[in-house]
Every structure is written in C-alpha cells, then in structure tokens.
Design a protein around this ligand. Structure first.
Ligand SMILES: *Cc1c(COP(=O)(O)O)cnc(C)c1O
Length: 495
C-alpha cells in the first residue's frame, strides 16, 4: 500500500494522526519539567544508534522510535519552568491549523498553487498593515524575523541606490560601499548579518548611542545622521527595535521618526518581539510612531503564540516591494495577471503559515490574543515587584515587555564570584531539566535572564524557578555546603 497521503490512504492517515495526537496529548498531560535532563553524550548515543540505512520499519515503528528519542528529550516551551528564550507556548487553534497546512501542503508562491491561500495571506498582511497604522501597506509572510529584517534591508538598499541614481551598472559598486545602516548595540544580530549578506562595507553598521535601558537616543541619532552625511556616506536605513531581545525595551519610535523624516532615511522597525502589542488592549501606545516607519518586522511566532515559523515583513509603500520580484517563464511570467506571492518574497516554495494566524484570530479574536500578551507583561511586572527587596536576587534592568534580567549577589559576595556563578547556575538548572533560564551580558556584566511568554504561568510558577536559582547559586557561592552534600544538583555538570 502506498506510503503517500491520498484518497487510497485517507483512512490510514486518520488512524495514524489520531495515534500521534493521542501520544502527544499523553505527553503533555504527564510532562512535569521542561527537559528530561539527559546529557549531551547520552543524546548523541541515542541519535547515533539509529541506522538510517536499514530497511524501513513502517510508520508506527518509526513514530514509536521518535517518541523515545525526540519527545522524551525535547524542550517544552509550555512548561512554566521554561523561561529562557523568546519561545511561546502555542495556541491550540494554530496547532490544529499546522496539521491542516502540513497535510494539504499548499505552497504560497504562485496563485495556481495556492488560490484561496494566497488571498487569505494577503488579507492577513493587510490586517497587520492596518494594525500598524499604514494607510496602504503590503508585505509577505517569512520564515522569521531574521529573514524579515534581511528583506527589509534589501529593499532599503535598492531604494537608496535608486535615490543615488546608482541602481544600475557599475555605479552600484561605489555607491553600495557608501551605504550605512544605523542601529543601537541592542539591535538584533540579524541586522549586522544582513549588512554582510547584502555586500555592504565591513563598517556599514553604525552604532547609535542609547540611554541606560539600551533604547536609541533620538538626539544622538540626529547627530549620527548628520555625521554620516558629512562624511560623504549615505544612510540606507535606520533600524529601530520595538522590543529588544534582551531587555524587552522599545526604542522611542515617534522621536526617531522625527529625526529620520527630514533626511528621508528609511526607518525600519524590528518588532519581532514587540509585535504582540499590536493587539494589546492596554499597551498598544508603546508602539506609538510605528506607523511612521517604512517597514516593520513582526514575528507571530514570538508574541502571537504561533508555532514556528510565522513571521512577516510589512512595508508602508507597496511599490517598495518591487525589487524582490523576479520572473520565470515557467512560474510567474511578467505578463501574468495572477496574484503571485513569489513576486514579494525572498523564498519561492513557501509554507502557508498564514493559515495558523488566520485560525487563531478567528478562534480567539485579536483581543483574545492581546490579553495573552498583556498577561505576560503583567507577569513580568509582578516578578520585578517581587524581587524589589530581595536580599539575594537583584534586577539589573527594567523591561517594557516580559523579560527579567537579574543577578545573584547577596551582600558580601565578591562581584567577580557573582559573575562566575551566572553561567554555572544556568548550566546546573539545565542539566537537572527542572528549569531553564538563560544568561546574557548587560552593561558588561553577566546576568541571568527570564523571558516570560507563557500567559498561563502564575507568579508562583516563576517564583519557584527563582527559588531553584537561589538555592543553586547558594550552593555555588559556598563550596563547603556543597561538600556537605547540601547541593541537590550535580556540581560535576557545572564544568
Ligand atoms: C528573535 C528576534 C529576531 C530574529 O527572529 P527569528 O524569528 O528568530 O529569525 C529579530 N529581531 C529581534 C528583535 C528578535 O528578538
């Protein structure tokens, strides 16, 4: 019998998928910590033990095998003790839609491969543009914020070269070398990576000074805009971040737009993290000014509770998308009246990720999603308040979204020792599988970081993670206690 999904196998498809869903439901119902705690050596052995060249063992056996291999050792973002990176638990309607789009396997490159899917994606792009506040707007779904930022900067480069009269011919090379991208040190690394991929100069990304929270300083931006022009260079784009990856802070968009407007600089807003504010019933004002940008990155898989991947690039002027359109006789010939999304995308074959957001919005409504965004911001505020007079754990930076940056530094502990404890705590907790926190560096000092994106988590859940941090750090700060066997966690693993 065929292994492919078709009329002939429809019944087997249903049985197989029901089985998968039952297994997963059981896993969700019984999982009690974010990670099994298996060591990398153990996991390498498990993976290496699978012989990919043996004869096929059948669908059920293969699925049973990944139950033991993958599901047992996956990292579970829905667990309240998962507090590390910008990963959200996923909305049920979106997970259901993911199953639908995987089975139908629509590719939203040309209309003749996607029909209504293309129209639905276009409606969602339009909806996002309205939420941003663009009068018109256009855009496309992408694989993530990295790709959205790359495409935004690609469009900005082409716009700048046109403005310089150097879009064509040999003039491009010299003009490209003069292009500059302005961003703060807190901007996402995809900005620098994009500059490299786009063939800009090695020093094309110019750092704009920021305030104590890492937010772009508009007065300094004006100075940098002036200095770049005075040096004979050309500002290709100013990248503002609406929700910095570490601090969850939002650059002052209105004041930045005020500085950009007189110069005509392309303002790109990277709202990969902060895009959830577009539907927040109480915090939309934090994005004030975003409608004055030329392009915006939104990551629905960061703060709209969507499964990876789901992101979009939205531009204010539909004509700005033109440079991304290339034509092939077999696919999307120039003289083709059909709406082909491939004309707007860096990708060709592309998942119909928009379906997940569509079903989510229809199921929960934008306000329903926005209340979940508010819940994680409220939770972060509660955690900040709870730590306000903690003797050991000190918050090192405020947030406007949902991160908590802190250090274990009780009175009398040498700061260098406190520095050294940061990675060790993270590592010990990770190896125990009981809680996952992450670490970063703020103002030159290492600190621990929580990214709270679970609207169902309660303050008690987060406080439990913080207690694990505290006891682990206490053990690390006081090796004697460890020798007494007071440590619940294995120090060997902290190397
Ligand atoms: C996560 C993030 C990105 C990258 O998005 P991916 O979806 O991971 O590619 C870009 N910018 C910011 C501010 C981010 O937080």
């Amino acid at each position: 019998m065929s292994a492919l999904l078709s009329a002939a196998t429809a019944e087997r498809y249903a049985t197989t998928l029901h089985g998968v869903v039952d297994t997963l439901a059981e896993r969700f119902a019984t999982t009690t910590q974010p990670f099994s705690g298996a060591s990398r050596e153990q996991l390498e052995q498990l993976v290496d033990a699978v012989d990919l060249d043996t004869a096929g063992e059948g669908t059920q056996a293969a699925l049973d095998e990944i139950g033991d291999l993958y599901l047992r050792h996956a990292v579970w973002f829905h667990d309240p003790a998962y507090t590390a990176h910008l990963n959200c638990p996923v909305a049920l309607p979106a997970v259901a839609a993911e199953a639908v789009l995987a089975a139908v396997n629509t590719s939203v490159d040309t209309y003749d491969q996607s029909t209504v899917g293309t129209l639905m994606e276009r409606r969602l792009v339009e909806w996002t543009a309205r939420r941003i506040g663009y009068a018109q707007g256009d855009g496309v779904f992408t694989s993530g914020g990295t790709q959205s930022n790359l495409q935004a900067l690609f469009l900005a480069r082409e716009s700048a070269l046109r403005a310089l009269g150097a879009a064509e011919g040999e003039a491009r090379t010299a003009a490209t070398a003069r292009l500059r991208v302005l961003a703060t040190a807190s901007s996402h690394f995809s900005v620098g990576k994009s500059a490299l991929l786009l063939g800009l100069a090695h020093d094309a990304v110019v750092e704009v000074p920021a305030d104590a929270s890492g937010r772009m300083d508009p007065a300094s931006l004006s100075v940098v805009l002036h200095d770049v022009a005075a040096a004979g260079q050309h500002v290709m784009a100013v990248v503002a971040t609406a929700g910095t990856t570490d601090r969850g802070c939002i650059d002052p968009l209105d004041a930045i737009a005020d500085a950009c407007d007189p110069t005509g600089a392309w303002l790109h807003v990277d709202a990969a993290y902060g895009c959830g504010l577009l539907v927040s019933p109480t915090r939309r004002h934090l994005l004030a000014g975003v409608e004055r940008s030329r392009s915006v990155t939104v990551d629905f898989h960061k703060s709209f509770f969507q499964p990876v991947s789901s992101s979009a690039l939205v531009v204010r002027e539909p004509a700005d998308l033109a440079p991304v359109a290339w034509h092939a006789d077999y696919l999307n010939p120039l003289a083709n009246a059909e709406p082909n999304q491939v004309d707007k995308s860096l990708q060709t074959t592309r998942r119909f990720d928009a379906l997940k957001l569509w079903v989510t919005l229809r199921a929960l409504g934008p306000d329903g999603v926005g209340r979940m965004v508010d819940a994680v911001c409220d939770l972060a505020a509660q955690v900040h308040a709870a730590l306000a007079d903690d003797p050991d754990l000190h918050v090192v930076a405020p947030t406007q979204l949902s991160t908590v940056l802190f250090r274990y530094e009780p009175a009398g502990l040498d700061p260098a020792r406190a520095d050294a404890i940061v990675p060790a705590v993270r590592r010990l907790l990770f190896d125990s599988g009981r809680a996952i926190v992450t670490k970063t560096v703020i103002d030159g000092r290492p600190c621990l970081k929580l990214t709270l994106l679970n609207p169902d988590s309660r303050l008690e859940d987060v406080l439990r993670v913080l207690e694990l941090v505290r006891t682990t750090a206490q053990v690390l700060a006081d090796p004697d206690r460890l020798l007494d066997g007071a440590g619940v966690l294995d120090l060997e693993a902290s190397r």
